[in-house]
Design a protein around this ligand. Structure first.
Ligand SMILES: NC(=O)C1=CN([C@@H]2O[C@H](COP(=O)(O)OP(=O)(O)OC[C@H]3O[C@@H](n4cnc5c(N)ncnc54)[C@H](O)[C@@H]3O)[C@@H](O)[C@H]2O)C=CC1
Ligand SMILES: O=C(CO)COP(=O)(O)O
Length: 364
């Protein structure tokens, strides 16, 4: 496990509780020592005892020796430099899994694209894991599901198998684009919801923004080749719900501070953990413009961050656009998303499975 923050540590526990022996690489030697000697990571997961099958080191070489899978959980903007450092020590042929939910600002690339680029790996060896996965709840062993995605079903299943235990269930799909963008985009909507909370608006505003936000997420992902069903599954709707309604979400928290009137630099100063949404807004808008995708909510988040829109003026639509349009704005999207949502609700109250594809045969 590369990264000893809240998600790296919680996911290491998921893997260890699934039967794996896990070595965490921590940038700071004192965190590695605390995990190794006391089986705790008090800065990132207060009150959680870690399994004894987790160890930690700040030596890259030691962390990668004998590894059978590599999981990456560092802030997205630092990934490229970190990959360059670990590349010479990467054991041949192992799957590399992104747990991250950001976009690289300099290149507008998804994390799996940065991994393929720097490590020069075939797509088949890369997987991403995403879903409604607030680290502290999972570390407390509250039942949760996630989705592991790879263009290779075999890779997705091998990773899902490792990342499954009695309180954590990983489903699989092969829609890497939809899965990865779902995790990035829900952060932006969670910032918007935080702003609304900070301003003091109520449930109508939030429900409108969440619903319209899902339309933006789906339009964007589909325009980039993602499958709409993925966005109504765990990596889209599921994560959107978790992140928008939880005070544990750092994106939600950052938004709340903005809504309370703090400027972006003050918010960044107050945050002691990674809020990926703040850095992803600009690259997402640039990608959206290039494909002609309308993202009024994300646009307004951008304006609040830039200080050009008052937080209390945020709305589920652009207030400058007064022309009544259909509820869904692009082609046959209403039919597509509407039926996908109905299927998602049916699944939520009926049989399991994610994105209609379930665990891909054998239970992971
Ligand atoms: N915390 C959560 O509930 C979840 C987080 N994620 C994603 O996981 C990724 C990591 O986030 P968290 O663990 O939550 O963040 P965090 O802020 O809790 O921890 C980040 C870790 O990265 C380290 N770090 C910072 N700069 C670094 C650098 N230049 N090189 C190497 N390491 C560096 C920090 O020391 C810390 O150990 C993000 O992309 C986030 O969106 C995904 C699902 C759940
Ligand atoms: O991705 C997450 C939950 O699925 C964590 O959200 P935050 O990064 O906003 O805390």
């Amino acid at each position: 496990m590369f990264g000893a923050g809240s998600w790296g540590t919680a996911f290491a526990k998921v893997l260890a509780d699934g039967g794996a022996e896990v070595t965490i690489w921590a940038r700071r030697p004192e965190i590695a020592r605390e995990i190794r000697e006391t089986h705790r990571n008090t800065q990132y997961l207060r009150g959680i005892n870690l399994p004894r099958t987790i160890t930690a080191t700040s030596s890259l070489r030691d962390s990668l020796r004998g590894a059978e899978q590599l999981y990456l959980a560092v802030p997205s903007q630092t990934l490229r430099d970190n990959l360059n450092a670990l590349k010479p020590m990467l054991p041949a042929g192992i799957p590399v899994v992104s747990l991250m939910k950001g976009i690289e600002k300099a290149s507008n690339a998804r994390m799996s694209e940065v991994i393929a680029d720097v490590l020069e790996l075939d797509e088949e060896r890369i997987a991403v894991a995403s879903g409604p996965n607030l680290a502290l709840e999972i570390a407390k062993e509250q039942p949760t599901a996630a989705v592991v995605s790879s263009v290779s079903l075999e890779t997705a299943q091998a990773v899902a198998m490792a990342a499954t235990n009695r309180y954590f269930r990983s489903f699989v799909n092969t829609d890497v684009v939809g899965t990865e963008f779902g995790g990035v985009l829900k952060n932006l909507i969670a910032v918007a919801i935080g702003i609304v909370d900070g301003v003091g608006y109520g449930e109508n505003t939030k429900a409108s923004i969440i619903t319209r936000g899902l339309v933006e997420m789906t339009d964007f992902a589909v325009a980039h080749g993602g499958h709409p069903d993925t966005l109504s599954g765990l990596a889209g709707l599921g994560d959107l719900i978790a992140t928008c309604q939880s005070p544990l979400s750092r994106n939600n928290t950052a938004g709340r501070l903005l809504g309370q009137g703090y400027a972006l630099h003050e918010v960044v100063r107050q945050m002691d953990q990674t809020a990926e949404g703040l850095a992803s807004v600009a690259p997402i808008l640039s990608l959206a413009r290039a494909r002609g995708v309308a993202m009024p909510i994300v646009e307004q988040v951008h304006q609040v961050l830039a200080g050009t829109l008052k937080p209390q003026d945020i709305a589920p639509h652009l207030t400058t656009d007064e022309t009544p349009t259909g509820e869904r704005t692009t082609d046959d999207h209403e039919a597509r998303t509407g039926s996908a949502l109905r299927r998602a609700l049916k699944r939520a109250f009926g049989v399991g499975g994610d994105g209609g594809r379930g665990p891909g045969g054998a239970r992971p």
